[in-house]
Design a protein around this ligand. Structure first.
Ligand SMILES: N[C@@H](CCC(=O)N[C@@H](CS)C(=O)NCC(=O)O)C(=O)O
Length: 214
C-alpha cells in the first residue's frame, strides 16, 4: 500500500491529485509543516516535519514524502511522475518519448515556473509587494509564452490526453493565479488551467484542502 505523507495544504497536492485522478488506494498521513505549529516538539504536537519519526523518512524535514514497499521518495514532482508511471494508466507515459516529455514539463515547472509563481503568491501588499509582483510576472512571461504556444490547438500538454504533465505544471502555476491580469495575457494557458481545475479529482482535492485548518 502506498503511504503519502503531507497535508493537503502543501506541495503534497501534486501526488494527491494524481492518486485521486487515478483512483489509486493509499494511506494518507497528514504530516504538517513544523513552522505552522506553535511548538512542533510539544508532546501533544501532531506529526510534523520536525518529528523524529518523519525525519527518518525524509531527513530534509519536508513534505511530501512517499513510501511504496521499500521505496521512499521525496520531491513532489518526482513522486507524481513515479505514481503516474507505476499506477496511473494513461496519466503516465505510454512510451519513452512520452516519458521524456513528462519529465521535461516537470523540470520546466520546477525551474522556470515555481519560484516566480511563489513570489507572486507570497508578495506582501503595498509598494514593495507591487515591485515584487512586477519582477516575478516578468520572469514568468517567457515560460508562459512557451506554454501558450504549445497549447495552441491542444487541450493537454502530452499525448492529447490529461496526464501527470498537466498535474505537475498546473500545480506549480497555480501559485501565480492570483495575478489574473498576467494569466489573461496567455489565453491558451488560462483555458488549459481552468479545464484542469474543473476536473472532479481536482475539485475533490480542493475540498479536502479547504477542510484542513488554514
Ligand atoms: N522541492 C520540494 C519542496 C518541498 C517543500 O518545500 N515542502 C514544504 C511544504 S510545501 C515543507 O515541507 N516545508 C517545511 C519546511 O521546509 O520546514 C518538493 O517539491 O517536494
Amino acid at each position: 500500500m502506498i503511504t503519502l505523507h503531507g497535508v493537503y495544504r502543501s506541495r503534497a497536492t501534486r501526488p494527491l491529485w494524481l492518486l485521486l485522478e487515478s483512483g489509486t488506494p493509499f494511506n494518507h498521513v497528514p504530516v504538517i509543516q513544523a513552522y505552522r505549529l506553535p511548538d512542533p516538539h510539544a508532546p501533544d504536537a501532531p506529526q510534523n516535519t520536525a518529528s523524529p519519526g518523519f525525519l527518518q523518512i525524509n531527513p530534509q524535514g519536508q513534505i511530501p514524502a512517499m513510501q511504496d514497499g521499500d521505496l521512499i521518495l521525496t520531491e513532489s514532482l518526482a513522486i507524481a511522475l513515479y505514481l503516474a508511471r507505476r499506477y496511473g494508466g494513461t496519466l503516465g507515459p505510454q512510451d519513452d518519448a512520452e516519458g521524456a516529455l513528462m519529465e521535461q514539463w516537470a523540470l520546466f515547472a520546477a525551474t522556470a515556473v515555481e519560484t516566480p509563481a511563489l513570489e507572486i503568491l507570497q508578495a506582501p501588499s503595498g509598494e514593495m509587494g507591487e515591485a515584487i509582483l512586477k519582477v516575478a510576472a516578468e520572469k514568468l512571461r517567457r515560460p508562459l509564452a512557451r506554454l501558450n504556444t504549445h497549447l495552441q490547438g491542444r487541450d493537454w500538454l502530452v499525448g492529447n490526453r490529461f496526464t501527470v504533465a498537466d498535474i505537475n505544471t498546473a500545480e506549480c502555476l497555480r501559485y501565480a493565479q492570483g495575478h489574473a491580469a498576467l494569466i489573461a495575457e496567455f489565453p491558451e494557458v488560462k483555458r488549459w488551467l481552468e479545464s484542469a481545475q474543473s476536473r472532479p479529482a481536482f475539485q475533490q482535492l480542493w475540498a479536502a484542502r479547504m477542510a484542513e485548518p488554514a
